[in-house]
Design a protein around this ligand. Structure first.
Ligand code: ANZ
Ligand code: ZN
Length: 838
């Protein structure tokens, strides 16, 4: 038979058209097998798929296809995280509308994904910028508002003057906007906040449910981000009450050091500062300090290397136990929005306080000594932060400081001067954005009624598309009369609509659930579909989302449960998480700005999708970064070419068998039996590696199998039995390779004579009997004379066969009293022992 040329483009187009026409990967909420939900983080429709996407989605596709072959009913959806600032900026630059830009990008990227042959259920595709999607987000907003889980608050915010919007803390890098590098300002703004802190404990505790399913480092990052601190709040009385308050409260994690307090430090933003400095002769100095520090970047103020600075306020508080006067200072390192914005200064046991005290000549008072030692404050060149015995602490002297913590808290509670307290680092989530391309927040402002939630039956509040976007990036919504002017849902009088839109992280916090019944219009989800599909069994995406998106999605899962949308028994959205590594070029991250990006489309034009997929999966284990290499992709292409060539060159000995389809190899030569053994071993190896997501070594096992077939074809005969072995091995190689390179495998499978697609085949089973090594008879010689034989596995190693020979009874008899000088091994044939008299 003539050998056909391998043309990936035509093969791939043929199969993709067939999959689309047959809706091959659409899935119902019912199947023969158990369900499996595999999800890759959905892309932002920036314009083109990049190599990082290809890697991410290729990993997901292998998992999806493998699980289908293992009999699971697999949900594998795809959609678009379509709102956001970049679309707006790009649209302004290109003088087009964000909607137009976004939808055309979606069309382009969808075509690219289809060209990569991913097995998505496209009937469930979503785009978060469509009213059919965000209307339900507005429903959630109203329900959250009812429950007090979303609220408005005026607070200092990160403001990018160039982007005209607030930024999340995570979007400020070294004091600069993550997108445009402008210096970020602090601005007092009234914003909408989601009360994620109400779920702080649950978000922290439920991390335990993810152990083993999520990478440890992601769990650790979330734990640190939530940042729960246990300690006490302590009130220090004011000498005379000011502004109606009689004391200042601090939060401390070290109540055991209470007697070591020699000063108190307030954040410059502390609300009592102005009242404290009344009558002080250096108020000007204090105010200058406050102004200077408040203008500083908030994140910069949190860095460890910050030079500690402060100023005395002229005021004093009173120590709750000793009655000592404690001077009140302001410090640049005290954060206004953590704890109470006030810190008790314990220089002997806190390094920051130590530095501060040395700088400003404040006393250092030791209250904890290392076991069996004493500390002299004048000799210390740093704080002692370890555990030890309490000293200079009145009734607590002699106690270990660890039990001392509880004892001090108890005494504080008795005295009415404090109590045990818990503090989270986690802040409520600011979801207000002053930009246009986002989901409108469904409330209105009425002169008479104030803030009024839109009525649920009036949803969606549609983002108007007929607006003129402004060149300066400011949202056009406040000037869009048709949007802003509305009627108050309560009193019916003219009112103004909220013009802030929601942070796009809100959309991505619940999209995974929407896929379970994506076309439903009367409700965001159906209980049955959620119950069947959730949680996502395997989630795959970049580690850059380790905190934000993954934390928000976990939060939404708990909130939607409490609002009655989610089943009660779904605690966590993502049972397993895989964070894939980056695709690098010459050791650097691929990026447009660096100009080192390799375009997936160009690669597909040159090599085809199967090769691109194969290379991305073969280059490294999925969690690791890998370097794009021309020789690597060439190698992948060559391998698929070898598979294709082998098939056509051996076409006339191939029978339409299935994987592991040679029932027995008894009537075969040793070579055929050996090929069959390799076949079953590769099923074992590839299966185990796929299950561990070690796709690279699974692929290597298939490559070895193909090599073995190239060797075997020279040796195997044309008997029915040997043809069966060869054909079965070919079927097995195609089956194992299908999840990675589906087009070529389906094509060859069909040409092998199968009517049903390979994707519908079950994952092959290996037969332990078939993997047993073939036994060979090895001749044993002593000084060239045959003295016996021994049975040994065909691929036994040299040392083992040598040992077996030397311990053979016949050999021992013929070498008695002699010294073995040399052992010659002819693998699989004979062992000759050269021996002579001692
Ligand atoms: C006295 C003390 C003595 C402290 C000592 C520590 C060691 P975490 O673990 O992050 O919760 N603190 C409290 N509020 C602060 C604020 N708004 N800005 C800056 N620092 C603040 O840290 C809690 C500790 O950080 C608290 O315990 C307090 O200092 C300080 F030997 O109180 B500690
Ligand atoms: Zn009204």
């Amino acid at each position: 038979m003539m050998q056909e040329q391998y043309s990936p483009q035509s093969v791939e187009a043929k199969w993709q058209a067939r999959w689309r026409a047959q809706k091959a990967f659409d899935v119902g909420s019912r199947g023969d097998g158990p369900k499996y939900y595999v999800l890759e983080m959905f892309p932002y429709p920036s314009g083109n798929i990049h190599m990082g996407h290809v890697r991410n989605y290729s990993i997901g596709d292998v998992v999806a296809r493998c699980k289908r072959m293992h009999g699971f009913n697999v949900l594998h959806p795809m959609g678009w995280d379509a709102f956001g600032l970049p679309a707006e900026n790009a649209a302004i630059q290109r003088r087009t509308h964000p909607a137009k830009w976004t939808y055309s990008n979606i069309a382009n990227m969808r075509a690219q994904l289809q060209r990569l042959g991913y097995s998505y259920d496209w009937s469930r595709e979503i785009a978060t910028c469509r009213p059919e999607y965000y209307r339900f987000e507005q429903v959630f907003f109203l329900r959250l508002l009812e429950k007090g889980l979303v609220y408005r608050k005026k607070a200092p915010q990160n403001w990018c003057p160039a982007c005209h919007t607030v930024l999340a803390n995570e979007q400020v890098v070294d004091g600069l906007c993550w997108r445009c590098d402008s210096r970020v300002e602090q601005k007092d703004l009234t914003q909408w906040f989601l009360r994620i802190t109400a779920y702080g404990d649950e978000l922290l505790n439920d991390l335990a449910l993810l152990e083993g399913g999520w990478p440890d480092r992601v769990i650790t990052m979330q734990r640190n981000w939530i940042g729960k601190s246990t300690g006490a709040s302590v009130t220090f009385g004011l000498e005379k009450s000011i502004a109606g308050v009689s004391g200042i409260e601090v939060f401390t994690t070290r109540p055991d050091t209470l007697f070591g307090v020699t000063f108190m430090t307030l954040a410059p933003e502390h609300p009592l500062v102005e009242d404290i400095i009344v009558g002080y002769d250096k108020t000007g100095e204090v105010r200058t300090f406050v102004e200077r520090i408040c203008a500083m970047d908030r994140l910069e103020r949190q860095t460890d290397t910050l030079e500690k600075e402060g100023v005395f306020t002229g005021g004093y508080v009173v120590h709750p136990f000793s009655g000592m006067r404690v001077p009140l200072w302001l410090g640049n390192f005290v954060l206004a929005d953590y704890g109470t914005g006030a810190v008790m200064g314990v220089p002997a046991h806190d390094q920051r306080d130590f530095d501060f005290a040395r700088k400003y000549g404040l006393p250092v008072r030791v209250v904890i000594c290392p076991e069996g030692e004493s500390l002299d404050p004048d000799d210390m060149d740093g704080a002692f932060t370890g555990d030890g015995r309490m000293v200079n602490s009145g009734p607590f002297d002699g106690m270990g400081n660890v039990p001392g913590k509880e004892a001090v808290v108890e005494a504080l509670e008795k005295a009415g001067r404090g109590k045990a307290a818990i503090q989270f680092r986690l802040r409520d989530w600011n979801i207000s954005r002053q930009r246009y391309w986002g989901a409108p927040i469904p409330v209105v402002y009425c002169e008479k009624c104030g803030m009024v939630p839109e009525k649920e039956e009036n949803l969606p509040v549609i983002l108007p598309l007929d607006v003129k976007t402004r060149d300066d990036g400011r949202s056009p919504l406040p000037e869009t009369a048709s949007f802003v002017n509305c009627l108050c849902p309560r009193c019916g009088k003219p009112a103004r609509r909220e013009t802030d839109t929601m942070d796009t992280f809100v959309e991505s916090s619940w999209y995974f659930a929407r896929y379970t019944d994506a076309r439903r219009t009367d409700a965001p989800f159906s209980a049955d579909a959620l119950k069947y599909w959730l949680p996502v069994d395997q989630y795959i995406g970049g580690v850059e989302h380790a905190i934000l998106h993954l934390l928000y999605a976990r939060f939404f899962t708990k909130v939607l449960r409490d609002l009655g949308f989610f089943p009660l028994d779904i605690a966590e959205p993502f049972a397993h998480l895989l964070t894939q590594g980056m695709v690098l070029k010459d050791g650097c991250k691929m990026s447009k700005s660096r100009g080192n990006a390799v375009d997936p489309t160009a690669m597909m034009d040159k090599y085809g999708a199967d090769t691109v997929r194969l290379f991305c999966l073969f280059a490294a284990p999925p969690e690791r970064d890998f370097d794009w290499s021309d020789s690597g992709i060439e190698g992948a292409s060559r391998f698929l070419g070898r598979v294709w060539r082998l098939f056509f060159e051996e076409k006339d000995r191939l029978l339409p068998l299935k994987a592991c389809g040679a029932a027995s190899a008894d009537a075969c030569s040793a070579d055929a039996r050996e090929l069959r053994r390799k076949e079953h071993l590769s099923v074992k190896k590839a299966g185990e590696d796929m299950a561990r997501f070690q796709f690279n070594t699974a692929i290597a096992a298939v490559m070895e199998l193909v090599n073995a077939m190239y060797l075997a074809r020279e040796k195997l005969g044309r008997s029915e039995a040997e043809r069966r072995v060869f054909s079965s091995t070919m079927a097995t190689a195609l089956t194992l390779l299908l999840p990675v390179a589906p087009h070529i495998c389906e094509e060859l499978w069909e040409r092998l004579g199968h009517a049903q697609p390979l994707a519908d085949e079950p994952w092959p089973q290996w037969d332990p009997a078939a993997t047993a090594r073939a036994m060979l008879t090895v001749a044993l010689q002593v000084n060239g004379k045959l003295r016996g034989t021994v049975e040994a596995p065909a691929d036994v190693d040299r040392a083992a066969i040598e040992a077996a020979a030397l311990n053979d009874p016949a050999v021992l008899r013929h070498t008695a009293g002699m010294i073995v000088r040399r052992v010659v091994v002819v693998p699989g044939k004979l062992v000759n022992i050269v021996a002579s008299q001692a």
